[in-house]
Write a new protein. Sequence first.
Length: 439
Amino acid sequence: MSRTAITDDPQIRERFGELKPALTAQAAVIEADRCLNCFDAPCTAACPTHIDVPGFIKRIASGNLRGSAVKILDANILGASCARVCPVDVLCEGACVMNRQNLKPIQIGLLQRHAMDAFWASGELPPVKAEGRRKLRVACIGGGPASLACAAEICRQGAQATVIERRELPGGLNTYGVAEYKLRAADSVREVEMIRRLGVEFRCGVDVDSAAALEALEAEFDYLFLGLGLGAMQRLNVPGEGSEGVMNALELIAAYKTGHLKELRGTVVVVGAGNTAIDAANAARRLGAETVYMMYRRGESEMSAFEFEYEHAKQEGVQFLWHRVPVAIRKDADGRLVLGSVEVQQVNGRLEQIPESQSEMACDLVVPAIGQSPLTELLQELRGVGVKDGRIVADASGRTANPKYFAGGDCVNGGREVVDAVAGGKRAAVAMFKAFAEG
């Protein structure tokens, strides 16, 4: 599998060092010994993939790192990336019983990473769950976490799975859209390679964008899994948005992760206040921008980003402009972008512009980060698959109204965490085997 789209630039590696250093072997054992091995394990319940947290931590404490990793991978095939990108503060660690005693929660994320790093170093593969080949054939459209989890589970159960991805490399946002200081693109590709070695076939550079393409896949495979993610970033819809100095957040992150953007200078304005907006703002700072603003139409208490992400952005030197929205983007006589903005306030649940509050600020780059749009084009081609508000309608197991199609991840839930996508993909795989057996 080609890695030509992944940067290994020393300057990028230095600027985007990981936020939290890995635990040493001794520190991992000491931390694992703190775990109370709760019988009801609220940490496991809080994990969308329901990893047996006490089980894998107990194995670390006894020095059985391979057994720990196998326990993790049995529940979450993307356990390595989730150890780095999961918002553990609000999931497993947030549910840790230590919090009730005003004690520091067990560092579950770092312990999971410790076990997975040891597994990677060994070069092993996760054990298969069923010997022999089953006749089931599944195509997973989209190469993100949901499809990877679905395809891996299909192959581990002895059947055939093919991932079809329009970009050069699979991995979805793990490869192209997660901040490098959280998850390196090379680590995402390494995880994909492990899944390929399980028997998953990858067809990259293939865009499934028409009814004819879907019909061909329907004829070739027993089931189709839709792991499409979301569509393009939403537009600001202001004059001048097509200017050269405008780059949306996912474009910015992908550009530096693939080596196409290595440096920024001057002032950058990020519009939005979600987790992706913060990733883009932090990236701009690390790429060298002297001043980075995050402009948000609401107030501090209403931002959608996690609290720990907000605190991290402030530590990076990002400055926040509340109750402001861009109304125009243009260049001045010197060729610099000028971002017109107005203050706004919320009245009866609606945001209304404050009269005579418009002002201008000079900047070098505007980064829209106000969320992703639903995938509308392909969804129109999905015959018999229910779609509501731009999302595919599927039950808890991933079944859609069309018995040939299953779905999971962001195209169903509207955009959650990587671990939610993994859980959805695995559930769909289990449901496919059941449906196939029932004939």
